[in-house]
Design a protein around this ligand. Structure first.
Ligand SMILES: Cc1cc2nc3c(=O)[nH]c(=O)nc-3n(C[C@H](O)[C@H](O)[C@H](O)COP(=O)(O)O)c2cc1C
Length: 410
């Protein structure tokens, strides 16, 4: 079989692979984007630009991470704003970038206020040679106070109106970046489609309050002792992003650029399965650098080869038919926790989890078992097959859930 070709067609544009740098600090100037392109990224969304008269007054610090156990940066909160660079400087850089990297896709993210401004910025970005436009209707902090950002993406009518202005002015494909800070993104995405934009990008950051400094008792990041709610990104938001991508891809039928929490090729493959046509990455690039593209490209190519697929496009939406309503899930098969005694390290994580978070179905074999005293034993009568014990077992493949009948008769 031939090696898979990673190129994808998305909204009528050919990307050399499905991976694109999301609008954020890694795309705030052309020198940085060029390094990303050299590393192998197929495209970049230039960090959101406003017109020259829009004041962008940044605070510092504007980012703080959330650690969990020994893992740093499970989530990142930012209170950054759109780019503070002058659009008159950035657009000539876009032109040069396209000259130097004609096969790479330059998408420019924009934000404006009135119809005249949205149309003006659209035209100027287009004249600079951008391949696509991404409109940020989704920043959860700062901009909503001025009637922009997520104040737009949370309102289907405002979304329709603004998306239409841009779609009318644009001759290149338009993506509308939506906010996850809504109960249901589908009505908003429907309006994007109705307005004539080519696709949606989902998601922007999730509004949150990442924590407090216990010494000062003030929220973080501390800006002279004060803070504000911000946008959460990174691995913690992946499930939220996947859910919105799947909802929109399945029920609205509009091309989706997926973004939120992607670190590895496996995350990216999941976004494709959920219906994303391309995958954007921000926090992982900020943390690990542009070179993660190698792992993304190589991992995805090997996965496709392993599955006998020729293109990432063969994955797009392939997981959607298996997402059903809760009521439609089968009740026919019941599973049972099953411990592989050979690989069990006797840590007791499953015993505690089942005792205090489950159904008291797992206990250590006890002193009578001699050497096996710390091997967990599952009480088949009490186990309801909830699966929680498996989530805490530190040994891959040691604690599995097996169909009840097979397990009991084995
Ligand atoms: C510091 C920072 C700045 C960002 N700036 C923008 C921006 O200017 N425009 C935009 O549409 N999204 C912006 N984002 C959101 C990202 O593009 C992306 O949607 C979000 O971080 C989720 O992806 P991730 O989990 O891969 O980071 C920013 C994110 C971060 C962390």
């Amino acid at each position: 079989m031939k090696k898979p070709n990673l190129a994808v067609d998305f909204c009528g544009v050919r990307f050399p692979n499905p991976f694109v740098l999301a609008a954020a600090p890694p795309t705030d100037d052309a020198e940085m984007i060029a390094r990303g392109f050299e590393a192998g990224w197929a495209g970049a969304v230039v960090k959101t630009l406003g017109l020259e008269h829009v004041e962008v007054n940044l605070v510092s610090p504007m980012m703080v991470g959330m650690d969990y156990e020994d893992k740093r940066l499970v989530a990142l909160q930012n209170i950054d704003l759109i780019s503070d660079r002058d659009i008159r400087e950035v657009l000539p850089e876009v032109r040069e970038l396209k000259k130097s990297y004609p096969d790479r896709i330059v998408i420019v993210s924009i934000m404006a206020s009135t119809e005249a401004e949205w149309k003006e910025i659209t035209r100027r970005v287009q004249e600079a040679g951008a391949d696509m436009i991404e409109c940020s209707f989704s920043c959860p902090h700062g901009m909503p106070e001025r009637g922009m950002g997520s104040a737009v993406g949370q309102n289907a009518e405002l979304t329709y109106e603004r998306a239409k202005w841009v779609a009318e002015a644009a001759e290149i494909p338009v993506l509308i970046k939506l906010t996850p800070n809504v109960t249901d993104m589908r009505p908003v995405a429907e309006k994007v489609k109705e307005a004539g934009a080519e696709g949606v990008t989902c998601i922007n950051t999730v509004k949150g309050l990442i924590g407090f400094d216990l010494d000062t008792m003030a929220p973080i990041p501390s800006v002279e002792g004060y803070s504000t709610e911000g946008g959460i990104s990174g691995p913690a938001i992946k499930p939220i992003a996947l859910r919105f991508v799947a909802d929109v891809a399945r029920d609205v039928g509009i091309p989706v650029a997926g973004v939120g929490g992607v670190v590895t090729w496996k995350d990216a493959a999941e976004f494709l399965l959920a219906g994303a046509g391309i995958v954007e990455v921000c926090t992982a690039v900020m943390r690990y650098g542009y070179d993660i593209i190698e792992e993304l490209n190589e991992g995805l190519a090997l996965y496709l080869e392993d599955k006998g697929l020729a293109s990432p496009m063969d994955l797009v939406g392939k997981g959607l038919p298996k997402i059903v309503g809760h009521g439609e899930l089968s009740r026919a098969t019941k599973v049972l926790a099953t411990v592989d005694e050979d690989t069990c390290i006797g840590c007791g994580a499953c015993v505690i989890a089942c005792r205090d978070g489950g159904h008291q179905a797992i206990e250590f074999a006890g002193p009578d078992a001699g050497e096996d005293a710390r091997v967990p034993k599952v009480d088949d009568e009490k186990c309801i097959g909830c699966g929680f014990c498996r989530t805490v077992c530190p040994v891959e493949g040691c604690l599995t859930m097996q169909p009840r009948e097979e397990k009991i008769s084995a």
